[in-house]
Design a binder for this molecule. Structure first.
Ligand SMILES: *[C@@H]1O[C@H](CO)[C@@H](O)[C@H](O)[C@H]1NC(C)=O
Ligand SMILES: *[C@@H]1O[C@H](CO)[C@@H](O)[C@H](O)[C@H]1NC(C)=O
Ligand SMILES: *[C@@H]1O[C@H](CO)[C@@H](O)[C@H](O)[C@H]1NC(C)=O
Ligand SMILES: *[C@@H]1O[C@H](CO)[C@@H](O)[C@H](O)[C@H]1NC(C)=O
Ligand SMILES: *[C@@H]1O[C@H](CO)[C@@H](O)[C@H](O)[C@H]1NC(C)=O
Ligand SMILES: *[C@@H]1O[C@H](CO)[C@@H](O)[C@H](O)[C@H]1NC(C)=O
Ligand SMILES: *[C@@H]1O[C@H](CO)[C@@H](O)[C@H](O)[C@H]1NC(C)=O
Ligand SMILES: *[C@@H]1O[C@H](CO)[C@@H](O)[C@H](O)[C@H]1NC(C)=O
Length: 335
């Protein structure tokens, strides 16, 4: 057993989420009048749900606060002032729905009035409970969306290919403990059409039938790719490491996924890599990691690495977390 004396972990991760975080809905100061059409569409949307704190328990477990935002949705109040709703301050169109952790229990049918809000740019329904219903193809009608987050909300079934119509998406999160699965043909369409994607998070989505080559043409704007626990199988092509803007790559817990760290890593952006419990092809820690001077997190537990811990690891001074556990390394960590 080696002593990991040079392990330091800070919890201040450099996540670049601020650009997507939702503007606060209560900050609109001008006197906006929400159109009757929007107001009644939203009230009909509200009718689809019952509210219970239990259904957002994953939210609390993830350290966020949950409460029933829709309680403030009342007929006699301008809908642009409702909690979780934000309007364009000139047109009054509803452009932003931040409804994560809102205790929603119900299902969203494809004829829901939610899909009659054509100006929506931001939609977050994470950490609610959609009762194992499928993700409706009608999400594909919200063609102005830049941000779509349906994570940890108990959707089930196939991801509909219609999401590939959302060609403005910069962030897509379909992670979840439900029963969502993705097919190769859908991945291909998503990759082909979502050319502005910066974040793609699909943790726990069943991708056991997905051919890894379908990721070949991933958007070069991608900064964060998260495919933890996706039942991925086969050999990952090293082009992933060539995506020029990729900062964070998470592929953990895919025990049938093999990969190879390329000899030359052209992407110098990489800061965070978690490939624990996957298979590294060679078993030797690749020297090219030593070129990533700005690496912060390297988590390679359980990858069958063996042999001496390379001395050049000591050259990487920026680490905040280095986890080499559950491998067969010998010797001490170089200081
Ligand atoms: C609308 O809001 C944006 C961002 O908050 C601000 O930059 C812009 O000046 C506002 N426009 C008007 C007309 O109030
Ligand atoms: C969610 O709604 C369903 C049906 O409307 C109900 O049977 C179930 O008890 C609700 N779940 C919770 C946790 O309230
Ligand atoms: C790509 O998006 C456009 C709309 O932006 C749509 O018309 C087209 O059908 C989409 N292609 C695929 C393969 O989904
Ligand atoms: C999705 O929403 C949840 C809850 O707000 C958040 O924790 C998560 O980071 C979001 N995902 C993305 C890609 O923004
Ligand atoms: C997953 O989905 C399938 C088919 O939709 C269903 O039969 C199965 O019970 C689901 N499993 C879980 C754990 O929800
Ligand atoms: C990637 O894009 C190229 C050029 O558009 C195309 O010829 C190729 O078939 C695509 N590969 C995949 C796996 O989609
Ligand atoms: C690590 O640093 C030492 C001393 O500065 C240098 O000689 C060596 O080439 C470096 N190794 C790598 C892999 O960068
Ligand atoms: C290192 O990884 C192992 C296995 O994934 C995990 O159990 C352990 O908690 C990790 N240690 C740190 C400090 O993150």
């Amino acid at each position: 057993m080696i002593r990991l004396s040079k392990l330091f972990y800070l919890l201040l991760l450099l996540f670049s989420q601020q650009s997507f975080s939702s503007p606060s809905s209560s900050s609109s100061s001008s006197a906006l009048v929400c159109s009757q059409h929007q107001s009644s569409a939203l009230l009909q949307f509200k009718q689809l749900f019952s509210f219970s704190k239990e259904v957002s328990s994953f939210c609390e477990a993830a350290g966020h606060h949950s409460y029933p935002k829709m309680e403030s949705w009342k007929q006699d109040i301008d809908c642009c002032l409702w909690d979780g709703v934000m309007c364009d301050n000139t047109s009054g169109d509803v452009i932003d729905h931040e409804l994560s952790c809102s205790w929603l229990n119900g299902t969203i049918p494809s004829n829901s009035f939610l899909f009659h809000l054509p100006h929506l740019q931001h939609l977050n329904l994470a950490y609610n409970y959609f009762n194992h219903s499928p993700i409706s193809f009608a999400f594909g009608q919200l063609s102005r969306l830049r941000y779509l987050n349906l994570s940890y909300s108990m959707f089930s079934g196939q991801v509909p290919y219609e999401l590939s119509h959302l060609s403005k998406l910069a962030s897509l999160d379909l992670s979840g403990y439900g029963n969502v699965s993705l097919e190769t043909s859908v991945v291909k369409r998503l990759v082909q059409n979502l050319t502005k994607l910066r974040e793609l998070h699909l943790d726990h989505v069943d991708m056991s039938s997905v051919s890894l080559s379908s990721f070949m043409n991933l958007s070069s704007s991608l900064t964060s790719l998260s495919l933890n626990n996706c039942l991925l199988r086969g050999r990952l092509l090293d082009h992933i490491f060539r995506l020029p803007n990729l900062r964070e790559l998470r592929l953990a817990d895919n025990p049938q996924l093999s990969w190879f760290f390329p000899m030359v890593i052209s992407s110098k952006a990489l800061r965070f890599l978690d490939v624990s419990y996957t298979i590294h092809d060679s078993g030797e820690l690749p020297k090219s990691i030593g070129e990533l001077k700005f690496f912060r997190h390297l988590i390679i537990s359980g990858c069958n690495f063996y042999g001496p811990i390379p001395t050049w690891l000591g050259n990487l001074t920026q680490f905040t977390l280095l986890n080499l556990s559950a491998n067969n390394f010998a010797g001490a960590i170089p200081m």
